[in-house]
Design a binder for this molecule. Sequence first.
Ligand code: NA7
Length: 529
Amino acid sequence: MKPLDVLIVGAGFAGLYMLHRMKLAGRSAQIVDESGGVGGVWYKNRYPGARCDVESLQYSYSFDNDLQQEWRWTERYASRAEILSYIEHVVERFGLRDGIRLNTSVEAADFDFKTKRWLVRTTTGEGFSAQFLVLATGSLTMPNVPDITGLDSFAGKVLHTAQWPQEPIDFTGKKVAVVGTGSTGIQVISEVAKYAADLTVFQRTANYALPMRNQPLTPEMDREWKANYLERRSRARELPTGVFGDFNDVSALSVTDDERRQEYERRWALGGFQIMMAYNDFLTNQKANDTIAEFVRSKIRARVHDPETARKLLPNEFPIGTKRVCLEDSYYDAFNRPNVHLVALKEEPIVEIFPNGIRTSQKFVEVDTFIFATGFDAITGSVAKVNIRGALAENLSQHWKGGPRSLFGLGVSGFPNLFLVSGPGSPIGRSNAVTSIEQNVGFIADIISFAGDHGYSTVEPSSEAQDRWVENLAELAHRTLYMKAKSWWNGSNIEGKARVFMIYAGGVPSYLAACNEEKDSGFPNYIFG
Ligand code: NA7
């Protein structure tokens, strides 16, 4: 077994930064990743149209000012290809390549109480003995494929957006069915609509999608951001989602209808999530939420020509923002094309899939390619297939059956020397993932150093502190409207999964304050041994 200080699982933004920090600290560290390349979620989700919905200048590392000053993004919102080039650049720039073992999955990890080390078995037969095990396995790792009667009998191609083949697929002249209209579905539909002979979209719940207004990043825009990078990064950390923007800290109900409408129009024209920052109570006050939800519906009505299709596309089953709001530039326009059709599954359910198509309660649709954009068993799904055993009788996945338990989303009582980056209970999903990752990795690096400096060989959260954190999470979520939506944030997108809001709902600043206080007071909520 190869001895290491730290074994890191996952070569996405989180794992790579963890490796960098461990190298800087002089620790022996290694990444293993099941994929054939680095990039994590960006490596796997290679469907056409894949793009990040956080602006490229923000969805990038901030830990190295030379890196952020020198890297030149070409678009306001980066495509998957550009993000992957950036990640490859980071790997080269910081000399990380040698520390990454690809095509290697962890099968089992057991904490050995005699040696106080994690003994880790991988699919390649290689074993590791590591003092610390860091799961940087991402939130959106385990694809969800619905169990539809007859799917096995389908004679054409079946694709899931997160398990896309390496070779490009030509949809020209094809009869395509897309199931799912989340962020991913909206992107893939916008793109495939341009080529398919026939595209049928199967929508279970209509979603709110705002204009992305993607555009080339001009030299002026680039210069302006870079001249203010440090202040903007720091201001972002003071805002609820950790994303820099014009956050207006007043209630939507504190202004007149006219003023509010003007403000929504102004921000609509700017694009992106700017409109979600127009007022501070969209997620806590149903009436405030109704004002913006209705504004968005009015924009959808105006975009989609056929009134019946527009009606089906109107989101009205959950408050806006209680599951990830989507961004689009041509999604609603796709439904104005003659080759694109919409099936609203709650009005017209699927009956069965046949070798050459699909029958709904109202018709038969010929299909030669199915695309499932049906999301993920998110956040906890990534640990489900790995047998991780600490001090408890059950493994981590079994331990989380009733809902995940952790302290800060970074560690679990009963699992010594195990860390998670952006685990359940952290602000992941409700924040700029890259900046949350950097902060999480920084915290983990600090606690590992603290343990080393004080001669401790083990560290884990105390069960009392963890109970308090879990209670606090539930309390924060219940002060919001988040539980009104079925989403991957609260587990209700997966049948049988515990319905628990898995994300820290108190906003980035108070999460950071809690982590900083923990560190500054010498990690009192951890047990060292
Ligand atoms: P999401 O946001 O979980 O969306 C999944 C979509 O698939 C959503 O429209 C679901 O409908 C739909 N779905 C899931 N199961 C079914 C079945 N059985 N039948 C029909 N439709 C189904 O995943 P995404 O990949 O789009 O986005 C994940 C994150 O990536 C996103 O939040 C961003 O952070 C980036 P539902 O709404 O549940 O009725």
